[in-house]
Write a protein that binds this ligand. Structure first.
Ligand code: XCC
Ligand code: SF4
Length: 649
């Protein structure tokens, strides 16, 4: 069994893992170890159960079967499996977007939601060719929401947001025949191909996967981001804190977890309700604290500064503090184990989405038309549960880190360009001069195969030391925040000289928190804006930029990886895509795809090596653009390099 420090680099997690072990509580890492050895066919991507002639598996050593019963080869099986992952990941992001559009319709009809960002609503309506003059906000919101919903069932043409991509990037998509038509159409078409006796050409399956993934990045995810900004307001820079220490022993603690901010936005309001606060005091608490896990947390952090309790692998540990009155979950990345963990404490697990029920959870379903009343019901459940918190046995690690969040494509460089005339020019100039060597996106999940947060933090520090400005979302953002990388002071400590100068001048952290995983769409928009500003080539693929997901695990991450590569990003994954047993898809993803889209995948579990690969790519792109080398080429060894090497399982 691995020790807590081998399982995580995060001190709060280490503390809680020790406590869990003392109390005999089973958590993800234990189940991961119990699962060893994991199925080698599955790891290599070469098992299939798409029909009942099977299941079939291909022998990677050539001793056993080389084809499934239908004749499918390892290449076809792995490609189909990957395609199904993309279809599911795209569905998750996009069905989330659909719910936001539905909430916007409710807002337009005068429910509990109101339009918080009218400027963005009018801008989006204008972009989509919807008449904005003499239109009331509600009227306009209704039409924009309808137009967004129409993107799902659209049968022909191109998705609206692909116009945001640089012309040269769009051209590549058209030439490759992967321009996404409608979101649902691409998902269904992709699934159809993977049926027994369907598409049996790995390359063709991969291309269909690309098309579907583009419908995620430039479709579903982007719709989710834009409509959430309109409905709940576009983020602005703000300060907050993260890690389990944000739980307050004196207060009723409510932890939200999942991905959709539709209910949690209302919970923010409900926790401030004077009557409920009064009730909390009568129960013996000083107040009500709201915090979050995973991307629901990121959403309300970005817009309200609500603190974040932790990332994916901390969901069980938050409950194990014994200080949580209610964990309120919606969709995605919610472990089915939570009910069991909650049963060991006084914590109430409350599920809220009609799309996700959990064992051991009490279900209080979100109804958009009565969202505030439902949010208040949930808060009341939590408050009334405070009395059940045992007087002893509460252990909250006294660990939390300050952070700055709230960056968006709109505000990210407004300071750089002067507050009154937002412009990407100063950013482009900083890159062209070599003060900033390049841009990187580091995103994604936790995965018990990797020492928690080590991949995120190590890659990020190495990039910073080499003057690469880092954008982050999702669980990486939380990992980096816990490690203190989301503060302006991090520039002094970790950034190379050029990047430090920029951060100092503007007062920004060297790592920019762009939000939840659907908000990787913000990174696509930022990169497109950088291209449009000029001087750095004519497509995203030309930019001195790279992407990484060091600890990814979800199917959403596969969709994200595919749209990143197809948008032109060199993308280094810490965990390989499950195609290692399939030579054709492996070669296509790591080599051939570059000719089509300018981006490609690389797999590297050592975070220092991965960062070096990204930096080499950035330097190669700089050279291709005839840009000078980095202004301060002597990179600092990032602080902490000498600390223990990350453990990769
Ligand atoms: Fe889930 Fe978004 Fe992954 Fe974190 S990063 S584990 S998907 S919460 Ni998206
Ligand atoms: Fe086996 Fe082919 Fe059926 Fe897959 S589709 S289970 S490879 S027979």
């Amino acid at each position: 069994m691995k020790t807590p420090p081998e399982r995580s680099i995060d001190p709060a997690t280490i503390e809680m893992l020790s406590r869990a072990a003392e109390e005999g509580l089973t958590v993800t890492w234990d189940r991961y170890e119990a699962m060893q050895p994991q199925c080698g066919f599955g790891l290599l991507g070469i098992c299939c159960r798409n029909c009942t002639m099977g299941p079939c598996r291909i022998d990677p050593f050539g001793q056993g079967p080389s084809e499934g019963i239908c004749g499918a080869t390892a290449d076809v099986i792995a490609a189909r499996n990957l395609a199904r992952m993309i279809a599911c990941g795209t569905s998750a992001h996009s069905d989330h977007a659909r719910d936001v559009a539905d909430a916007m319709l409710v807002a337009a009809e005068g429910g509990d939601y109101t339009i918080k960002d009218e400027r963005k609503l009018r801008a989006l309506a204008g972009e989509w060719g919807i008449e904005t003059r003499d239109r009331s906000v509600k009227d306009l919101a209704w039409e924009v929401a309808r137009a967004a919903l129409a993107q799902f069932g659209q049968q022909e043409g191109e998705l609206r947001f692909v116009c945001r991509a640089p012309q040269a990037t769009q051209k590549r998509w058209r030439q490759a025949g992967v321009m996404p038509r409608g979101i649902d159409r691409e998902v269904v078409g992709l699934l159809h191909r993977t049926h027994v006796g369907g598409d049996s050409d790995a390359r063709s399956i991969m291309l269909a996967g690309v098309r579907t993934a583009l419908a995620d990045g430039w479709g579903g995810s982007m719709i989710a981001t834009e409509l959430q900004d309109i409905l709940f307001r576009t983020p602005t820079w703000l300060r907050s804190r993260t890690n389990l220490g944000v739980l307050d022993p004196r207060n009723v603690n409510i932890v939200v977890h999942g991905h959709e901010p539709v209910l949690s936005e209302m919970l923010v309001a409900a926790t401030q309700d004077p009557q409920l606060l009064d009730l909390a005091r009568r129960q013996g608490a000083e107040g009500i604290s709201l915090c979050g896990i995973c991307c629901t947390a990121n959403e309300i952090l970005m817009r309200h500064g609500i603190p974040v309790a932790g990332n994916f692998l901390q969901q069980e540990l938050a409950i194990a503090t014994g200080a949580v009155e209610a964990m309120v979950v919606d969709i995605q990345c919610v472990m089915p184990s939570l009910g069991k963990v909650a049963a060991c404490f006084h914590t109430k697990l409350i599920s809220t989405s009609k799309k996700a029920h959990f064992p051991g959870a009490r279900h209080i379903e979100l109804d958009e038309a009565h969202a505030l009343a439902i949010a208040k019901d949930i808060v009341r459940e939590a408050v009334e549960n405070f009395a059940n918190r045992p007087k002893s046995g509460v252990t909250i690690p006294d660990i939390s880190s300050p952070l700055i969040a709230g960056f968006s494509a709109e505000n990210v460089f407004s300071a750089l360009g002067g507050r009154y005339r937002p412009s990407y020019r100063p950013l482009n100039d900083a890159i062209i001069s070599g003060r900033i060597r390049g841009l990187a996106a580091v995103v994604g999940c936790n995965n018990p195969k990797h020492q928690q947060d080590a991949g995120h933090v190590t890659i990020t520090k190495e990039l910073l030391a080499n003057d690469v400005l880092v954008a982050t979302t999702g669980c990486t953002a939380i990992a980096d925040a816990k490690a203190g990388l989301l503060c302006p002071e991090a520039a002094e400590k970790y950034a190379g000289e050029g990047l430090r100068e920029i951060c100092r001048a503007v007062g920004i952290p060297p790592v920019l928190h762009l939000g939840a995983c659907v908000d990787i769409s913000r990174i696509l928009v930022i990169l497109s804006n950088v291209v449009a500003e000029g001087g750095l080539g004519d497509s995203i693929a030309d930019l001195p930029a790279a992407a990484s997901a060091p600890e990814w695990m979800s199917e959403k991450a596969v969709a994200i990886g595919f749209y990143a590569v197809a948008s032109g990003a060199y993308t280094v994954l810490g965990e390989p895509l499950p195609v290692q047993g399939a030579p054709a898809p492996l070669k296509w993803l790591t080599e051939e795809v570059e000719e089509l889209f300018g981006g490609k995948f690389a797999f590297e579990s050592d975070p220092i090596k991965a960062a070096r690969m990204m930096i080499d790519h950035i330097d190669a792109r700089r050279a291709a653009l005839h840009l000078p080398g980095p202004m301060y080429p002597a990179a600092r060894a990032p602080a902490g390099r000498e600390e223990q090497a990350p453990v990769v399982g």
